[in-house]
Design a protein around this ligand. Sequence first.
Ligand code: 1HN
Length: 353
Amino acid sequence: MTTKRYSSDDAELDAFYGDIAARDLQPLWEMRGLLTKSPSVATLPHRWDATELNKLATRSGELVPIDRGGDRRVLALSNPGLGGAPYVSSTLWAAVQYLLPGELAPAHRHSPAALRFILDGDGVYTVLDGDPVTMSKGDLVLTPAWAFHEHHNPGSKPMMWLDVLDLPVVASLDAVFFEEGPSEEADQSTARRSASERIYGQGPGLVPVRPDLVAQPKAHSPLTVYRWADTDAALAAQLEMNDSGHAHLRFRDPTRDRDVMPTLRCEMQRLVAGASTPGDRQTGSRVCAVLSGSGRVDIADQTFTLAAGDIFVVPSWATHRLHAESDLDIFTTSDAPVLEALALYRSEQVDLA
Ligand code: 1HN
């Protein structure tokens, strides 16, 4: 017997509970908290401080070679509500990854999808199924499920970035696969821009027609990098058009009406100094990173100050609200496409006093 044994003061019922437990059965009528009025969420609101993350990532670079466990030097953000799991929320993995000059994090692929958001620095390039993509501050780089990827730092400075994966979702669906890759050097000589950008990132609404350039239909955006210059210009243009002091945009597949990847939604917000967002809450969790500026975020009954490089997590259905002290740029990724696909997505504004 490995299942839970229920008990009763009534001897006959208690014997029955013993017999059903011996057959790995449980009585629904004794269970509590199975169906709650609103989500019962273990993930806690939390913020990781940029200065601490930078210091500890630097120490990991001094202490730990790249070829230890998984060939990635990664510090997972472990949510204090999740009993020691290496997950930032019940559905998302988030981490900082640190790569020293001259290092290579060799190729592999996995069924969980990943993305990188670059909070500072440049110099690293990642190779996605053979296509080299440079990574610089403010860029969003996709690593779609089952794409081979390796990271190179040919520069002279260490580099750190944010990784987010849908790993907890894929793990809970018992669908994790992993494979090591071929280790060939990608040809950087012709890669001033990735092929993905040259074909799909030349201008809004422009897609290739030549059959040899049209990507095979995949489950994710064929554009694998969203450059900061474009994101910045789109945010600035939105702000010019309204006086709310709040710009908000979503990264989309340029060829189809959908999110960048089937499991992950990515958004960017800019608040001018003094502006606030309305309070709202959604099902599904989100990881947010401060690209620049300062302010604070209220999440449920907690308030966290925010500075550039900080990373925080908003649990499912927790009311959250941003306030900018100086102009604030915030990247967000969430599991919203999963909830939407399953008709479980809910979103509402919450009036806060
Ligand atoms: C992974 O493949 C990377 O390739 C980073 O950079 C973090 C965390 C869990 C599983 C795979 C990477 C990861 C990861």
